[in-house]
Write a new protein. Sequence first.
Length: 242
Amino acid sequence: MKTFLFLGIVLISGFSAGIIHGLVNLAVVEPYLDTAIGIENRNMFASGEAHDTPQFWQEFNNYRMWQKDSSLLAGGMLGLATGALFGLIFAYSRNALPSQNHIKKALVLAGIMWFTIFFIPFLKYPANPPTVGDPNTILFRVSLYVILIALSGLGALGFSRIYKRMQSKRFVAPIGYAIYISIIFLIMPENPDKITAPIDLVNGFRIVSAATMTMYWVVNAIILGFLWQKFQPHTTRQQEIS
């Protein structure tokens, strides 16, 4: 393995996919955030927690501009972190993935990781806009989400090893994972916060959030697979000469 070339491919693909994810979020997710935060502001005005003054709006607009400008950097950092994990697992499992084409291999792995560490947790704890959720429970809710990601990911890793070992009965592994994750679903507590925002807003936010994250995984896989196919970081100098 050409270590520096491998690291470059992994970091470039992850960061690029993260930046693209951030740009798309600005276009399709931010309008939902603006609507949700607008509702939150009106509720604060009605309760007296904040006052509808020019000073409030100046500070608010400055803060929102900072948030939107930072979303690209946040997307890039998310891409680096998730892309690094994706790249390491791809390097480890590349030979076991179907197809001779590395883009297809990467897409298969991205689909598996998307399902286990994003879609499964998202089904149990779907994303909510800012107006949904008690600030006092945010640590608890984040902890539940992270725990479910870890349990799902580790379960998928464990059953993948079973899949490799059971040559004639590999169907046992996906069935076992399905039973395992179903039990986890039943054991994990529900989200403690009630939905008080308009349901159309909540559902729309969840749909676009899921769509942009799905796009991220696809883009990351395509870029990594393309770069891997082109530069072949897994080959040694002896293999290149021969």
